[in-house]
Structure formats: structure tokens, C-alpha cells
Design a protein around this ligand. Structure first.
Ligand SMILES: Cc1cc2nc3c(=O)[nH]c(=O)nc-3n(C[C@H](O)[C@H](O)[C@H](O)COP(=O)(O)OP(=O)(O)OC[C@H]3O[C@@H](n4cnc5c(N)ncnc54)[C@H](O)[C@@H]3O)c2cc1C
Length: 461
């Protein structure tokens, strides 16, 4: 029996830079994943009295849930997860399900430029090792999240972008020994996907698409089976600390604990804690899912693979042909929560569908949703204890690539929370807290100007 049976209506205008909490017991955003995943797993209902916990994790997305799982499985620590709304309510239920080999948002050539070839090689090795953590979870029958073909296709939307992919592929192959392949337009169209905008592609060997909400539900089921508690409809509304004890106030009671892991990503309100305030720029991305396609449409669109696909636009599109014969596709969206439902954002995606797959022009898209990604100010994620004097930890800043990274981040976050050390602690994902940004108060103004500029660049074919 799920004690939180009747959710509050979904509010689409939530804005992390304006609102103090992402709601209480709100229903899920309207996604195909929610429809497809069936009923959420049981949870422990809202906090309804003052209580004590060994470890509290704030947020029940991939990060909070998988950290609870690893804490229980590897250290015997039964954490309490406090979630404002529902299991997987944030980005976790709204993303493309693309499990990439991506640690943050920088390309591998940017790693080399920023830190040199040696650190880039070590980061790459770390990402391959970390991806195995995700793969094991995705392929675990107890988690049951419909993992698909391996690989990742980055499609050039212009001739110039294809030149860029050539040098990226060269660097991957020669500096990192990561065997990527360049594909010409005809190979992409004949063997993978009939994207009419394609000028060629880079094929990475690593990548697993999943049904993301089923992944989160799987994490939740396993974590609870191992003794974790998951309280939904329990937003942390204020947080005080005295003598090393944290008091987390929720509508139903105060939870006392000595150790907190913050797993609120793009939904982190600035008032939650000083250590996470304004450390990410919340950026909105959206997604649509089409109705089931007919066999003629599938043939006309050349959907021959369910591999994960992204194009090279600055405001990139990410898409997948799903095993259930639908197209899922999304891109960047509104800048503020207030503008989230502006029909122009849906129109942008529908226009992309028509350009890429003309046979689907005007197709019904019964599901349209958006979510707030945690884009870090240097595009790299962090898994840290930001202040050694406080038992407060976080894994954040995934920068739009959290499906696979969150599995590894959670394993490492669990290790830190359990008092362990991290062997690769000098790597950029562990070695410093998330940076803030000097122009933070006016970053949205900059974002508006940047989007206009990107749209111009993206229109060049
Ligand atoms: C449209 C879209 C498409 C994406 N596609 C991809 C993709 O294909 N591949 C990929 O790798 N990544 C993708 N991402 C990013 C990915 O979804 C995220 O990186 C990932 O889900 C982050 O998981 P999380 O658990 O850290 O945070 P979230 O899933 O965002 O969870 C944070 C949770 O914290 C809760 N919370 C916040 N404040 C409080 C509080 N005070 N008290 C209690 N609870 C609180 C929220 O309710 C929320 O449920 C996409 C994101 C979006 C929006």
C-alpha cells in the first residue's frame, strides 16, 4: 500500500531561481515514461513525526535513490531519503534515458585542452570504469529498466560540424585509445537512422539507452528491500545545524541526523544550504514522445536502430527510436519557469521532427514535458564533501548527462558518506567543490543573448 495515494496537481512553472521548494507531494510531469512504467513502487509515505536517521539523502532522483542503495548494499547503512514530491519526480522521470559515456558536458578535446593529455586519459579511464557501474545496474534484472543496444551516435548537422567530429574522433582514437568511428551520411541513413539533416556522424562504442523511470523505480525497490526508507511528499523546508546535528524540517516533522547527502540537482533551491546555493545554473530542457508509429512511417524514417542519438547543434537535439515504436526527441527550452508552457517550445521540437523525419511532419505528440538540468558553471560534475568540518556531501553538476554518471556518482558519494576515501581524488570531479560564477545574478540575461547567438550558428548548414 502506498501511503501517499493522491498526489497534488503538477505545477509546470516551478523555477529553482525563484521558488523556495519544488512543492509537496506533487504529481509527476506528463511524460511517456510515467505512463509506460506503471505504478510507482511502494514508499514510506510522508514524514509524519519528528524522527532520527543515521544518514539523510535529500532528493529521490537517480542520485538519492542509488546512493541509498549503495550505502545499504556496501556499508550496511540504512539511509532515509526525503523527497519533496514523488520517486524520480525531477529530471529523473523527464530525461531521454540516454546512458552516455559523458562525465559532464565538456568534450574530450576540451579535457585535453584544459588539463593536458595525462589527466584527460585518467578521466577517460575513470569514465569507462564508472560506466561499468551503470551498466551493471541497467542490466540487473532486479532493476528491470529495458536497456537497449550499446553505442552512441553523434550526428553532424552541418558540413562544418562533421569536420569538427573528424578531429574529435582522431583525438579519441590517438590520445585516449577510445576507438570511435566516423560514418558518412549514407551509412548513417542506411544502417542506423534516416535523419535528413545528417552530414555524417561519429559513432562511439559505449552507450546504453534505458527507460529512466523504470531505472529509478528499480533503484528504489532494491534500496528499500535493503532497509532504506523513502519518504515522499517530504520537502526539506528549512535546515539548521547545532553541535554537528542537522535538523531538517519537513511539513510532517523534523528529521535529525549527523550526516546529509544532497541529491537535489537542478531542483536545488538557493535557501536549502549555503554549500549548494547557486553552485549550478538550472537550465531547462524538454522532451516529446510521439504516438506509436506505423510500419510505413518507420520505414520512411529509416528507424533501424534504437541507439542513442544527439546532433551537433549548440542547442542540440537528442533523440531515440524507442522499442515500442515511438520517437522521443527533445532540446533546450524556456529560460524561466514562467515561460515553460509557451507553445513556441513545443513548436521548436515539432519543427525539428519535420526537418529530420519529413514523414512525421505534424505527427501527434501526446506527451510533452520539461525539466531543470543542473549545469555546473564549469560544465563538470562534482562528488564531494565541500567542507571537511561539516558532515554534508553532494553529487551534482551533471550538466545534462546524469543517466549513467549518477550511478557512478552515487557509488562514490556512498563511499564518502561512509567515511571512505577515493583513490582518484585528484581528478577534477572530486578535487574541488562546484565553483560559483561572478556574473551569476545576471546569467539569465546572458543566457537569452547566448540562445539567440546559438540559434544563428545552428541555422548554418
Ligand atoms: C528533458 C531532459 C532530458 C535529459 N536527457 C538526458 C539523457 O538523455 N541522458 C542523460 O545522461 N541525462 C539527461 N538529462 C539529465 C538527467 O536527467 C539528470 O542529470 C539526472 O536525472 C539527475 O538526477 P538527480 O537524481 O541528480 O536529480 P533529479 O532527478 O533532478 O532529482 C532531484 C530531486 O530532488 C528533489 N528535491 C529538490 N529539493 C528538495 C527538497 N528541499 N527536499 C526534498 N526533495 C527535494 C526534487 O523533487 C527531485 O525529485 C536530461 C534532463 C532533462 C531535463
Amino acid at each position: 500500500m502506498n501511503p501517499m495515494a493522491t498526489p497534488q496537481p503538477y505545477y509546470p512553472h516551478y523555477d529553482p531561481l525563484r521558488d523556495t521548494s519544488p512543492g509537496t507531494g506533487m504529481d509527476y510531469a506528463p511524460t511517456y515514461w510515467r505512463y509506460h512504467a506503471g505504478e510507482p513502487p511502494e514508499n514510506d509515505g510522508p514524514v509524519n513525526a519528528n524522527m532520527e536517521a543515521d544518514v539523510v539523502l535529500i532528493g529521490a532522483g537517480f542520485t538519492g535513490l542509488a546512493t541509498a542503495l549503495f550505502l545499504a548494499r556496501e556499508y550496511g547503512i540504512k539511509a532515509t531519503v526525503l523527497e519533496a514530491n514523488q520517486i524520480g519526480w525531477g529530471c529523473t522521470s523527464r530525461n531521454g534515458g540516454q546512458g552516455h559515456l559523458a562525465w559532464g558536458r565538456l568534450s574530450r578535446s576540451q579535457w585535453v585542452k584544459k588539463w593536458g593529455a595525462d589527466t584527460a586519459r585518467r578521466l577517460h579511464a575513470n569514465s569507462l570504469e564508472g560506466f561499468e557501474v551503470f551498466k551493471a545496474m541497467a542490466e540487473d534484472p532486479a532493476i528491470d529498466c529495458d536497456p537497449q543496444h550499446q553505442g552512441n551516435l553523434l550526428i553532424a548537422h552541418s558540413k562544418q560540424a562533421f569536420e569538427g567530429l573528424k578531429s574529435e574522433s582522431d583525438l579519441c582514437n590517438s590520445v585516449l585509445d577510445y576507438k570511435t568511428r566516423l560514418l558518412d551520411r549514407n551509412t548513417v541513413l542506411d544502417e542506423y537512422i534516416g535523419d535528413q539533416e545528417c552530414h555524417g556522424a561519429l559513432l562511439e562504442p559505449v552507450g546504453i539507452p534505458v527507460q529512466p523511470l523504470k531505472l529509478a523505480y528499480g533503484y528504489a525497490r532494491v534500496a528499500r528491500k535493503l532497509g532504506a526508507k523513502i519518504h515522499t511528499a517530504s520537502p526539506v523546508q528549512s535546515w539548521t545545524t547545532e553541535g554537528g546535528v542537522h535538523y531538517l524540517r519537513t511539513p510532517g516533522g523534523v528529521v535529525r541526523t549527523r550526516t546529509v547527502g544532497i541529491a537535489t540537482a537542478g531542483y536545488t533551491s538557493p535557501n536549502l544550504h549555503k554549500l549548494t546555493a547557486y553552485r549550478n545554473m538550472p537550465i531547462m530542457a524538454n522532451s516529446v514522445w510521439t504516438r506509436t508509429l506505423t510500419d510505413d512511417e518507420i520505414e520512411a524514417c529509416g528507424f533501424r536502430s534504437t541507439m542513442i542519438v544527439t546532433d551537433t547543434r549548440k542547442l542540440r537535439h537528442y533523440y531515440r527510436y524507442l522499442p515500442e515504436k515511438r520517437l522521443q526527441i527533445g532540446t533546450r527550452s524556456a529560460i524561466s519557469g514562467a515561460d515553460a508552457q509557451n507553445p513556441k517550445h513545443l513548436r521548436t521540437v515539432q519543427e525539428a521532427i519535420a526537418r529530420k523525419f519529413p514523414a512525421l511532419e505534424g505527427i501527434e505528440t501526446p506527451w510533452f514535458s520539461h525539466g531543470w538540468m543542473d549545469i555546473s558553471h564549469d560544465m563538470m560534475p562534482r562528488i564531494v564533501q565541500p567542507d571537511s568540518k561539516q558532515q554534508v556531501f553532494y553529487a551534482q553538476g551533471y550538466s545534462g548527462n546524469g543517466v549513467s554518471f549518477s550511478a557512478y556518482a552515487s557509488k562514490k558519494l556512498a563511499a564518502l558518506i561512509a567515511g571512505g576515501t577515493i583513490a582518484e581524488s585528484d581528478l577534477p570531479i572530486f578535487s574541488s567543490p562546484l565553483p560559483s560564477h561572478p556574473l551569476r545574478p545576471i546569467r539569465r540575461l546572458g543566457q537569452r543573448a547566448l540562445y539567440k547567438y546559438f540559434q544563428l550558428l545552428d541555422s548554418v548548414r
